[in-house]
Design a protein. Structure first.
Length: 131
């Protein structure tokens, strides 16, 4: 099956050997997003709330570039360097996602790129945009 690279100027450019997302049929695999401001490529980390919000905005931008939205995400992984921020993640997710919420995992990790405290990746299912 053909793989298509998904890219958005409204999300941070890849800082390694990966794509922002890859479409394979109706499935889009979203790479991990940290709280990089796409215009400045600097971390937004004044508060954990600002960091989580930027991560979700970055994911949303990649979903849009793929022809979908966060509403099409069926699986979301959340990586936290401090699991005490999990309640904040839950609260902010309600601003970006609606019922039915995606399946989700929350994983405590020792460290993330660029000193991030949160990273999220996911899987979205939506038909390719009409040409």
């Amino acid at each position: 099956m053909k793989k298509t690279i998904i890219h958005s100027e409204h999300a941070p450019k890849a800082i390694g050997t990966y794509s922002q997302a890859i479409r394979c049929g109706d499935t889009v695999y979203l790479s991990g997003q940290i709280a990089l401001d796409p215009a400045r490529m600097e971390m937004v980390n004044d508060s954990i709330e600002a960091e989580i919000r930027q991560v979700l905005q970055n994911l949303a931008a990649v979903c849009t570039a793929a022809g979908g939205s966060l509403a099409d995400v069926v699986k979301l992984q959340v990586y936290l360097t401090d699991l005490s921020h999990f309640a904040t993640v839950n609260a902010l997710m309600t601003e970006f996602l609606q019922v039915p919420y995606p399946a989700r995992a929350a994983i405590g990790v020792a460290a993330l790129p660029r000193g991030a405290r949160v990273e999220m990746d996911g899987v979205m299912v939506c038909p390719p945009p009409a040409m």
